[in-house]
Design a protein around this ligand. Structure first.
Ligand code: MTE
Ligand code: MO
Length: 361
């Protein structure tokens, strides 16, 4: 196990591969410090030296490229984007409590974090390579060897050309104004704001323009299977392939099973709408949804970042379940329960946030 420079109180679900999320209460800042940022890996974290490393840009392009990090820095303008990454498996633990999901990481509500990413626009690199009109998808291949495939394969996935050419999609070498750490994809990673974290491929080695979606195992793995499907037998087309993030919110404070005095209590959390939608309202309830109070919602740091919210509710003595639900700019609201969204691989749990606490009289 390596030292990935994470805080001591990370909830480490697995050490190899390293999968860890911070305590929810540590996510109350707009930017997440690197030592607190969740870490999601499908294989050992590689340490790749920038010297000798090259990015290949190939497939349906006029001029395939091989670029060193210095060439990327010198040939293209540097851009910064503040963006939230969220794992499609965030809050899987609540789905597993409803119905078991064997062999998957039981993420709590903190497989989500926000950083200021710096690097070049993918669109600029694709323009230099001369993207051909037949290209419909841009596929990314990492430099790790994952443990879930036999023989081990690098992690990868693709996004449609329209998203790949959007200004917010970066090939990033910096995180919170420091060099990208090994655990987060050094020397270079993709950042696809508003989409599931799996498309933000780390340790990037290759960008390939294709007519079809990525043929990497993990592209199809990140899909919503029908409830009765067997995930081991399902082919790559059996599910709904995930892309843009689902509208979501979670409660950060108080924490699960906290003991508090009854009376006025501040509830805080984050909300995130995904891709081209925005969070427009967050409601909280301490009476099982009979009445709802509108939370105060912070403006986002960028269109690609989560928004924090807070509300003060008067809690009665005894066991209380706190609820929160977000609405977006299309008028959609989160689904009520894990039962509605349960699926065999446990992705996309965006049901109402629920935290039980005990209040002293
Ligand atoms: N890229 C590679 N090469 N290997 C991986 O295992 N995990 C993906 C994505 N990129 C992964 C990867 C998943 S599922 C997520 S949620 C994000 O990276 C997590 O990014 P982080 O570890 O920087 O938080
Ligand atoms: Mo993920």
């Amino acid at each position: 196990m390596g030292n990935w420079h994470k805080r001591d109180d990370m909830l480490v679900h697995q050490t190899e591969p390293y999968n860890a999320e911070p305590p929810p209460g540590a996510l109350t800042g707009h930017l997440t410090p690197v030592d607190t940022f969740y870490s999601r890996n499908h294989g050992p974290i590689p340490r790749i030296a920038a010297t000798g490393w090259r990015l290949r840009v190939d497939g349906l392009v006029e001029h395939p490229l091989e670029l060193s990090l210095d060439e990327l820095r010198n040939r293209f303008a540097e851009h910064r984007v503040t963006a939230t990454l969220q794992c499609a498996g965030n809050r899987r633990g609540e789905l597993m409590a409803y119905r078991d999901i064997p062999g998957q990481v039981p993420w709590g509500p903190a497989a989500v974090s926000t950083a200021r990413w710096s690097g070049v626009r993918l669109a600029d690199v694709l323009a230099a390579a001369g993207l051909r009109t037949e290209a419909a998808h841009i596929a990314f291949t990492g430099g790790d060897l994952t443990s879930r495939t036999d023989p081990p394969q690098p992690f990868g996935g693709s996004v449609p050309v329209a998203k790949a050419l959007s200004a917010e999609v970066l090939l990033a070498w910096g995180m919170n104004d420091r060099p990208l750490p090994a655990a987060h994809g050094a020397p270079l990673r993709v950042v696809v704001p508003g989409w599931i974290g799996a498309r933000s491929v780390k340790w990037l080695r290759r960008v390939t323009a294709r007519a079809e979606v990525s043929d990497n195992h993990f592209h199809g793995e990140y899909s919503i299977l029908p409830p009765e499907a067997d995930p081991r037998a399902a082919g790559p087309d059996a599910g709904l392939i995930l892309g843009p993030l689902a509208l979501h919110c979670a409660i950060l404070r108080p924490g699960r099973d906290d003991q508090l005095p009854s009376g006025p209590t501040e509830i805080t959390g984050y909300a995130l709408a995904g891709d081209d939608r925005a969070v427009t309202r967050v409601d909280v309830s301490a009476d099982r949804g009979r009445t709802w109070t509108q939370a105060e919602l912070d403006p986002p740091l960028s269109p690609w970042a989560w928004q924090h919210w807070r509300s003060t509710l008067t809690l009665p003595p005894g066991r209380v379940e706190l609820l929160a639900r977000a609405w977006d700019s299309t008028g959609a609201v989160q689904p009520e329960s894990p039962a509605t969204v349960w699926n065999p691989r446990g992705y996309g749990n965006n049901s109402w946030a629920r935290v039980r606490v005990s209040c002293r009289p």
